[in-house]
Design a protein around this ligand. Structure first.
Ligand SMILES: [Zn+2]
Length: 399
């Protein structure tokens, strides 16, 4: 029996409860009671119930743990030299993925596991309590299954990304590779995966290939998400909406029709069941690390699209595990308000994973939260690069 735990003297509590006009559902001078790893009660500090143990937040801000809904953590090696070359003027093409595929195939299970463990710990220290982890650096039947088996040791939200790029050995017969992904690779991957994803982009997979792969994944019981419209305009966003994808990710190059399609997907209904719309997940770490133009978040938000923020943590185009960094970029570079960015990094990520148990601090939710070394969520963008996460609780347990 763990007993109850009261977090008391919270100066600003972000609940994301979806009530009233404030999307963050901020409560001041609040307290929060945790029982059995879940939020049991939220209310004014002066009415706080008794508890077995107590954490004094001392007037600080308390937020739901970040939900990082897009990360590629199962890999070996790094691409620091590629990054340096890019900063010296080389363009980003996505071709470096094959470099990581070679290193990943050569690595032992324990090496891959150690990398995921290190990055997962890095994330937790920075407030991330839920993370999605993709495969996509194995690109063979055995290697994709291995990546997902390892990913599943760390998260429930595992994503089969066998269609990341066409591996070198299939370079001149992409149709055969799509057949492999839909057939034996999917069969080997599905037991360890909740989601299926495709890199739908020029140089990776076109709309016909992406549709075929995602349809096979859906038939195998996997939910759909996709990498879309990152490097240029393309069919990915509208394909995602057509297939009922939980999320289309990157969304850097969008037409009006793409925005309309996203805005027309069913709206999130927070208080009565899981969300069913297609979320636009923005990954500003990728634009930062490839020195590319940022997505137009304002245009999406003003059209009523649900927006999430995630790290895209991967060794090539965005080697950051920091959601606070992404929040700061979203505010400074994409003109999101601090409140919009914090919502997108918590409740938005949960919507992108179609989860209602995380990304909010309301009774019944998982007690995943962070106590900041700051009086308000504004400081996450106002003080970029500063380690502001004083303490993280995951499933109600201080970490
Ligand atoms: Zn990605």
């Amino acid at each position: 029996m763990i007993g109850s735990l009261l977090v008391d003297h919270i100066g600003e509590l972000v609940t994301n409860d979806g009530r009233g006009g404030d999307p963050l559902g901020v409560r001041r001078d609040a307290a929060l009671l945790i029982e059995d790893g879940k939020v049991a009660w939220v209310g004014p500090a002066r009415y706080a119930p008794a508890a077995d143990r107590r954490i004094d937040a001392d007037g600080a801000a308390v937020l739901p743990g970040f939900v990082d809904s897009h990360a590629h953590l199962v890999f070996a090696g790094d691409r620091a030299a590629e990054f340096a070359a890019r900063m010296a003027g080389e363009p980003y093409t996505g071709g470096g993925i094959r470099t990581t595929v070679g290193a990943t195939r050569a690595a032992s299970d324990d090496d891959l596991r150690a990398t995921v463990r290190r990055l997962r710990a890095e994330m937790l220290r920075q407030g991330t309590t839920t993370v999605e982890i993709k495969s996509g650096y194995g690109l063979s039947v055995a290697e994709e299954a291995r990546s997902l088996r390892i990913a599943a040791e760390f998260t429930e939200d595992t994503t089969f990304l066998g269609a990341h790029v066409v591996p070198a050995e299939y370079a001149d017969r992409p149709d055969d590779y799509v057949g492999l992904v839909c057939g034996p690779m999917l069969a080997a991957a599905a037991p360890y995966a909740r989601w299926i994803d495709v890199f739908c982009e020029r140089g990776a997979f076109d709309a016909d290939h992406a549709r075929a792969i995602l349809a096979c994944g859906q038939a195998a019981g996997l939910g759909v998400r996709l990498h879309a419209n990152q490097l240029g305009p393309g069919p990915g966003v509208q394909l995602g909406v057509e297939l009922g994808a939980a999320s289309v990710d990157h969304c850097t190059h969008l037409t009006d029709a793409d925005i309309d399609a996203l805005a027309g997907s069913t709206t999130v209904e927070w208080l009565s069941g899981p969300p069913t719309n297609t979320v636009a997940t923005l990954l500003p770490g990728a634009e930062f690390s490839t020195r590319s133009p940022y997505p137009d978040a304002r245009r999406l938000l003003d059209a009523g699209v649900t927006v999430a923020l995630a790290t895209d943590c991967n060794p090539g185009s965005s080697y950051t595990s920091s959601m606070p960094f992404c929040v700061a970029l979203a505010v400074r570079e994409m003109r999101m308000t601090p409140a919009e960015a914090v919502w997108a990094a918590t409740a938005g990520g949960a919507a992108a994973l179609r989860r209602t148990d995380v990304g909010r601090l309301t009774p019944g939710a998982r007690a995943d939260l962070m106590i900041l070394d700051a009086p308000t969520h504004l400081h996450l963008a106002y003080r970029p690069g500063v380690p502001l996460i004083r303490q993280v609780l995951h499933n109600g347990v201080p970490r």
